[in-house]
Design a protein around this ligand. Structure first.
Ligand SMILES: Nc1nc2c(c(=O)[nH]1)N[C@H]1C(S)=C(S)[C@@H](COP(=O)(O)OP(=O)(O)OC[C@H]3O[C@@H](n4cnc5c(=O)[nH]c(N)nc54)[C@H](O)[C@@H]3O)O[C@H]1N2
Ligand SMILES: Nc1nc2c(c(=O)[nH]1)N[C@H]1C(S)=C(S)[C@@H](COP(=O)(O)OP(=O)(O)OC[C@H]3O[C@@H](n4cnc5c(=O)[nH]c(N)nc54)[C@H](O)[C@@H]3O)O[C@H]1N2
Ligand code: SF4
Ligand SMILES: [Mo]
Length: 733
């Protein structure tokens, strides 16, 4: 295989840039960083869709973006972008942008435009009334992994330390809570250890419940650049685009992952295909884990997963072969009823075989949204700003000191989780809710119930780019927000790289950056003085640097946004006085030291539990859900605004059904079918395909009907919803 080097790749893509790159190879190793091209007409920033975090060049006329192209000098994407990146400006021009605050009259139901001053007054009056009458636990916010870190930090600090509320969560719960919990327990900090170079330096890449071909297309391009002729393995009930491109596909029974990986661990131990030295030097509880998996015999595991014993043995031998093995997982793991232990089953395999801290290895959770990592570190939700612990008095004192604030303002516990916040709304304990940059009424699990729950609120505020989203449609107060490209700040991508987002457009009408909205609310609430130093995103970045100091995520060595831009983003850790060149790719645990006391990683394990909603004669099919195409983003509020992206994906909801099931049920290709669960029903066009197994169907999450069907089960440790499996029936409509 002839793998292009970055320079030759560029030569083909953009001849004129090659010379610059070859002369100034700073981005790809040591050396000087090239000066920006055409500073008057081009600026650079990272993409605002997925967590890959591609660099884009934004082409300006009169200071406003008119077009963009992938940045050939950015070390993540090396001049490539997926369709969403190329079309990233289109959603900003949509006619349904929210352009003025709107307030609903609860008696008439009519919404009328109001000034920002009136909107902020109304917000504060309602939230304060709630607080005075029902206490500090009576209001909450739900936010996102899609705004800049500086905005997330300000929101969390304002709500908890400024306004004095306790509970908040974000859509990161739907997405990354499991990985965060698993890493914290196993490694001592929420720390995905990899760098994208690992895609290119691995001999064996194992993708579990991950479909990067469409969900992270540029990460997949990095896999394709691997010169080591790697073995690619996919573990997914569906024959996804990624599974079809892989050498081995394990179409395990849905929700049998935990059993499957305990079976692999059993084979690794019983054949001594392990790194005993690494286990004894760098881990704890390995012996207990060995004893635990003794029961997970190949016959038992084959029966429970649908994978023959020979194939289990072949996979175990491959993992234990001493080659560089990397484990990659996404939502097929995180969105399950026993997801934390499943993620840890993968972490355990990496530890057992010493596949961590070395090139091409790792137990690697791929994040989803552009700033999922930012929300994990600075959302102030499950951990205190900068990955600190709300429960620790010394952490609270440290944070309060940096923020020049009374430590008493910091809650001594982390927040209720998303589902618990909804339970509290239902029970009348939470009366006011503020939804920022997430579209819960579409994306939350079993949302038929959610709609009723939100109807119980005294006051619902939604802050979004568009007035047309399902959630904005039921808001009492709608706050119009600027989007990616209309404001500045930073994102943290999947490989812990901090990248810059810039203002290259004016937001329409009176829409304000979330940052400005939070500042306005701070002033109106009367706690503006507390945030005097939080004047701009750049100023907040300086505060976040201090908060990160001494933590595993320390990035105090980064000077400012310009430094980030010049280096093509910088991965944490990058402490002050770091001897490393900032552009050097970095992976964690190179010395085998983890963040738990004693420096050892810890094995976590637990017996698998039955699927919370198994199939039966009335609901005989397993429903799988997930991403439908590379052109569709979540609830489509953004991607449906691009004509180009619209043409790249079906516009109507489709359901994937195995041809043998269709034949049995008399369902014709492209005919309408009815899909029912115990909670709701929908109609969809039948796509007959062998990508799903008999007895299973797949629905893309991008259509609002889908989550009427899903079953609200949660992992007990991460409280992440189990979107990936529930029982349904299908009939010809
Ligand atoms: N185009 C596009 N890209 C995106 C997004 C988008 O909306 N559109 N969203 C971004 C976000 S926020 C996220 S979190 C990521 C998600 O990225 P992925 O997790 O890769 O995407 P999904 O399709 O949700 O789920 C992955 C796979 O899990 C499989 N799965 C279902 N049940 C099981 C099971 O029991 N075991 C196993 N092993 N696998 C199972 C599904 O069949 C599916 O193929 O994508 C990001 N990228
Ligand atoms: N069935 C099923 N359901 C799922 C999943 C699944 O696999 N299956 N996946 C889950 C996962 S992993 C995720 S991450 C969630 C995603 O679920 P959501 O977060 O609900 O999805 P989005 O469509 O990304 O919603 C983001 C909202 O923020 C707005 N927005 C964008 N940028 C900004 C900004 O800068 N400021 C403000 N104020 N608003 C902004 C957008 O217009 C949009 O309304 O869905 C989850 N739901
Ligand atoms: S792969 Fe992700 S970050 Fe890169 S262009 Fe596509 S959506 Fe943007
Ligand atoms: Mo996600």
């Amino acid at each position: 295989m002839n793998i292009p080097t970055p320079a030759s790749l560029l030569h083909r893509r953009k001849g004129r840039l090659t010379e610059e790159l070859v002369l100034h190879p700073g981005r790809f190793g040591l050396g000087q960083v090239p000066a920006r091209l055409n500073p008057d007409s081009t600026t650079t920033m990272v993409c605002g869709f997925c967590s890959t975090g591609c660099g884009l060049q934004i082409h300006l006329r009169n200071g406003s973006a008119i077009n963009l192209s992938p940045d050939p000098l950015y070390p993540v994407n090396l001049g490539m972008a997926c369709p969403k990146g190329w079309e990233a400006l289109a959603p900003l021009d949509a006619p349904d942008r929210a352009t003025v605050p709107m307030l609903r009259d609860r008696n008439t139901g009519v919404r009328t435009p109001v000034s920002w001053e009136a909107a902020a007054q109304h917000f504060c009056t309602e939230f304060r009334r709630t607080q005075m009458t029902h206490g500090p636990e009576s209001a909450a916010f739900l936010s996102t992994g899609q705004i800049v870190t500086e905005e997330m930090a300000l929101l969390g600090a304002l709500f908890k330390f400024g306004m004095g509320f306790v509970h908040c969560d974000s859509n990161t719960r739907q997405c990354m809570a499991t990985s965060a919990t698993a890493y914290k327990e196993s490694f001592g900090f929420d720390a995905p250890p990899f760098t994208y170079a690992d895609f290119e330096e691995s001999d064996v890449l194992i993708f579990v419940g991950a479909n990067p071909c469409i969900a992270h297309p540029i990460m997949w391009q990095r896999v394709l650049r691997n010169p080591r002729n790697p073995e690619i393995v996919v573990v997914d009930p569906r024959a996804t685009e990624t599974a079809m491109a892989a050498g081995q596909h394990f179409a395990i029974l849905p929700r049998s992952d935990l059993l499957f990986f305990y079976g692999i661990a059993h084979l690794l131990f019983s054949n001594q295909w392990i790194d005993a030295g690494f286990l004894s030097r760098h881990t704890e509880e390995a012996e207990a884990f060995r004893a635990f998996v003794a029961d997970y015999t190949p016959d038992r595991v084959a029966a429970g997963t649908g994978i023959p014993v020979e194939r289990l043995e072949r996979l175990a031998r491959l993992i234990g072969s001493g080659k560089r093995v990397s484990f990659w997982w996404t939502m097929g793991v995180n969105q399950g009823h026993e997801s934390t232990r499943t993620a840890q089953a993968l972490i355990n395999l990496a530890l057992m075989t010493g596949n961590i801290g070395k090139p091409g290895t790792g137990a690697n959770s791929i994040t989803g949204q552009c700033n999922a990592m930012g929300s994990r570190l600075f959302g102030n939700v499950t951990s205190l700003l900068g990955g600190h612990d709300f429960r620790s008095a010394s952490d609270r004192a440290k944070v309060a000191d940096i923020l020049n604030m009374d430590p008493e303002r910091i809650p001594v516990q982390s927040s209720r989780a998303y589902d618990q916040i909804l339970d509290d709304i239902e029970a009348g304990k939470i009366r006011a809710l503020w939804v920022v940059a997430t579209n819960s009424v579409h994306s939350w699990i079993n949302h038929g119930r959610l709609r009723k729950t939100l109807g119980k609120l005294d006051f619902l505020v939604v802050q979004d780019l568009y007035h047309s989203t399902e959630t904005a449609g039921i808001a009492d107060l709608l706050l119009p927000a600027a989007g990616w490209g209309e404001k500045e700040g930073t994102f943290i991508n999947s490989e812990r790289r901090i990248g810059v987002v810039r203002k290259v457009r004016h937001a329409p009408g009176q829409a304000l950056a979330d940052f400005q909205i939070f500042r306005l609310l701070a002033e109106t609430w009367g706690c503006g003085a507390l945030f005097k130093k939080w004047s701009t995103p750049e100023a907040v970045f300086q505060i976040l640097k201090k908060l990160s100091q001494g933590q595993p995520c320390d990035f105090s060595g980064i000077r400012d946004f310009q430094h980030l831009d010049a280096e093509g983003g910088i991965q944490w850790p990058y402490p002050e006085n770091s001897p490393l060149p900032p552009a050097r790719e970095r992976r964690l645990f190179e010395e085998g030291r983890f963040f738990l006391p004693g420096g050892r990683a810890r094995f976590y394990f637990e017996a698998p539990r039955p699927n919370p909603e198994p199939t039966d004669s009335e609901y005989p099919f397993v429903l799988l859900t997930g991403r439908g195409s590379s052109a569709q983003w979540h609830t489509l509020t953004r991607t449906s605004k691009s004509a180009c992206l619209q043409n790249l994906a079906p516009k109507e909801l489709w359901v994937e059904i195995h041809p043998s099931d269709a034949r049995r049920l008399g369902i014709e290709a492209h005919s309408q079918v009815c899909v029912r669960s115990r909670r709701g029903s929908l109609r969809a066009g039948a796509l007959l395909t062998t990508t799903v197994q008999p007895g299973q169907i797949f629905l893309p999450m991008h259509f609002p009907e889908v989550n009427q069907l899903t079953f609200p089960a949660f992992d007990p440790y991460s409280r992440q919803p189990s979107y990936k499996s529930c029982a349904v029936a299908i009939t010809a409509a």
